[in-house]
Design a protein around this ligand. Structure first.
Ligand code: FEO
Ligand code: CA
Ligand code: CA
Ligand code: CA
Length: 651
């Protein structure tokens, strides 16, 4: 979730589900297919993935960590407490909270718990609403698990918490403070003895905001649709925003993904087809930036929205580097970008477009990764081919290329160049007949089997409704309030393949019901609305949930507790609950140190009040986490988790 108002995630009551006679047969079909695919995975393991070309996580597997075959912790109970709970033997501690100093030399302002920090102070402090996150060892290129950088997203803001007087007395300075509370943090972290600290000041410390200059690569660079009065060449964009999930590359860069950017723009005149397809309207979900900053008024600055919706690459090791928006990876509401390497060394990025009935994409680079040439690797995401997924009902699937001039993608259809096509990625995907999915969120690639990929489909309360797409085999439930997790194996176990076989890893839902529409297919801990998804270096799959605040108290989720994090060894169908979050939060962001002994996660929007922004007069109405102080504000925070005995997380 990424906005102060929750229209996108409102879910209907479970009793509104329409019948789906095909459901039982679909379930048995995917279960039998799954056995087949699991065998395929084992047969195709890492042999096709030369050691030198593996990701840092996979290299760590070679060096130190064997594949996990079971989980070693006891599943914890659901919780409605206003705290973070983890299994016995683990320690979890809030570590980097909204308003904590990022660590800029000579500029480390304290957090004012009444929301009175200035606009300039906010630019030197952690932003709001932490989301995706990645670990980078120090020194660069090492596998250090004691010293490194964390790069993380600050997805959105809540004006009710950000300002002492909320949205009253609105002006440009308030807009700028909001812009400084979004974007990215890079912090330096170090383990001293048993304890993790943030290094302050640090030469690596950095905040990237909605006003940080960024370059542009790929076919849409210099395209007319990217040009504005302030940037007549279409090559320098100010900032990134609505940074949701992320990716990281084998060459040590961070990828931040622009998701609900359209919520910030306002167009009072009627939207054109492109604007409409991306959700730009005459209202802005409470941000109010357009009132003081004409950049966010589409009537005043028509092409500014085209400059958002991209994947941005950041070099966390160089605080002076200019981030770059890679237009080859397409423009949509990017959730994340999961990176792996094809068997020939080409770079592959898997990406979800998180909205109801949107698509799953992948990018395949033209060039090949050479671990000895970091400078060349920096250009790999600039040139390549974008594909969109078609899931057939028989369990097969194709990657359909989005290349200008192909059938349906000609100039006569509105795609005069590849640059124009990429700005209109959603329309291009519509034109080739991609499969409409139930809100694709995070994607994770098995570090022990590069062709085996998983994607959370968080939920879709509109599936099967009149006038909306019907159920299909890949999205088998009408009014899908619990979501599911997809799995596919690329042809030949090669991530660059043009075809795949898919199945469903698990259907979210309850374990206390026989109602097929509400029943989860998991054994063990029940969950719904999976969102965050990541493998650890041992091949344990970690799942983070985001049941929206407007849904969590409804009947479908009654008794299922606060949002949570779970683990599974794929193939076991056993799920254990590892963590429960405080009230009103979602769990997101996940980064392991290479030794698998420290886990960082993010708690986003603790205390979220439901369907509106927080009340500045009563900000702790729902939660006081993490400070436990009624006179403070709930604060999104990175949490550091270790085993008390220093052991491997999950073992
Ligand atoms: Fe920002 Fe789709 O979650
Ligand atoms: Ca979110
Ligand atoms: Ca979500
Ligand atoms: Ca998400």
């Amino acid at each position: 979730m990424s906005r102060p108002l929750f229209k996108q995630e409102h879910s209907s009551e479970i009793s509104n589900q329409s019948d789906n006679p095909a459901f039982s047969s679909v379930v048995s079909a995917f279960l039998s297919r799954r056995r087949f695919l699991q065998m395929g995975v084992v047969a195709g393991t890492a042999a096709a993935f030369p050691a030198l070309l593996r990701s840092p996580a996979a290299l760590a597997v070679d060096n130190a960590i064997a594949r996990a075959t079971s989980l070693g912790f006891t599943s914890i109970a659901v919780s409605t407490e206003d705290t973070v709970r983890v299994p016995e033997g683990y320690i979890a501690r809030p570590f980097y909270r909204w308003g904590d100093a990022v660590g800029l030399a000579g500029n480390m302002p304290e957090f004012n718990k009444d929301g009175s920090n200035t606009t300039d102070e906010q630019a030197a402090q952690a932003g709001m609403h932490h989301d995706g996150m990645a670990w980078f060892s120090l020194p660069a290129g090492s596998e250090s698990a004691q010293h490194g950088l964390l790069a993380m997203n600050h997805e959105y803001i809540d004006n009710g918490l950000l300002f002492k007087d909320g949205a009253a007395n609105w002006n440009l300075d308030k807009v700028r403070k909001g812009q400084n509370a979004m974007g990215i943090s890079v912090i330096e972290v170090k383990k001293q003895g048993d304890s993790w600290t943030i290094v302050r000041p640090s030469n690596y410390a950095r905040r990237i905001t909605v006003n940080t200059p960024m370059g542009v690569t790929g076919p849409a660079r210099h395209h007319d649709l990217l040009k504005t009065a302030a940037d007549p060449q279409g090559e320098t964009i100010l900032g990134t925003m609505q940074n949701c999930a992320n990716g990281h590359t084998p060459w040590g860069t961070y990828l931040t993904c622009e998701e609900n950017w359209s919520d910030i723009f306002v167009k009072k005149a009627a939207p054109n087809a492109l604007e409409k397809r991306y959700g730009i309207s005459d209202s802005d979900d409470s941000y109010r930036w357009n009132e003081a900053d004409p950049r966010f008024s589409v009537d005043a600055t028509p092409n500014e929205p085209n400059r958002f919706g991209w994947v941005v690459e950041i070099d966390p090791y160089d605080p002076d580097s200019t981030p770059r928006k890679h237009t080859s990876l397409g423009r949509f509401k990017h959730e994340g970008a999961a990176i792996t390497l094809a068997s020939d060394g080409r770079v592959v990025a898997y990406m979800g477009d998180d909205q109801k009935f949107e698509y799953i994409y992948k990018f395949v680079s033209e060039g090949k990764y050479d671990p000895a040439n970091r400078a060349a690797a920096m250009d790999l995401l600039a040139t390549g081919t974008l594909f969109v997924a078609k899931f057939n009902d028989d369990g097969s699937g194709q990657w359909l290329p989005l290349v200008q001039g192909q059938p349906g993608l000609e100039a006569s259809n509105g795609f005069a160049s590849q640059g124009e096509l990429l700005v209109k990625t959603r329309q291009a995907a519509d034109a080739v007949g991609a499969t409409k999915m139930d809100r694709p969120e995070w994607i994770a690639v098995d570090p022990h089997s590069a062709g085996s990929v998983y994607c959370t489909l968080t939920n879709n309360s509109d599936r099967g409704k009149e006038g909306k797409a019907a159920v299909d085999a890949a999205n088998p439930r009408a009014n899908n309030v619990y979501g599911h997790i997809m799995h596919w194996v690329e042809k030949g176990n090669n991530p660059a393949a043009d075809a795949f076989n898919w199945d469903i890893l698990v259907l979210g839902g309850r374990t206390d019901t026989d109602d097929e529409k509400a029943k989860g297919s998991m054994k063990g801990a029940e969950f719904g609305s999976a969102d965050g998804l990541s493998f650890d270096p041992r091949g344990v799959l970690w799942i983070q949930t985001d049941v929206s605040s407007g849904t969590i108290n409804k009947k479908a989720y009654e008794g299922m507790g606060n949002n949570q994090m779970l683990a599974t060894v794929p193939g076991s169908n056993e799920y254990r609950r590892f963590l429960t979050g405080p009230r009103g939060c979602e769990i997101t962001g996940i980064a392991f140190t290479p030794d698998n002994r420290t886990l960082f996660i993010n708690i986003q929007h603790p205390g979220e009040p439901g369907d509106d922004i927080s009340d500045p007069a009563n900000p702790t109405a729902v939660s006081t986490w993490p400070d436990g102080d009624k006179n403070s504000r709930p604060r999104s925070s990175t949490v550091v988790i270790v085993k008390a005995d220093g052991g491997v997380i999950g073992s």
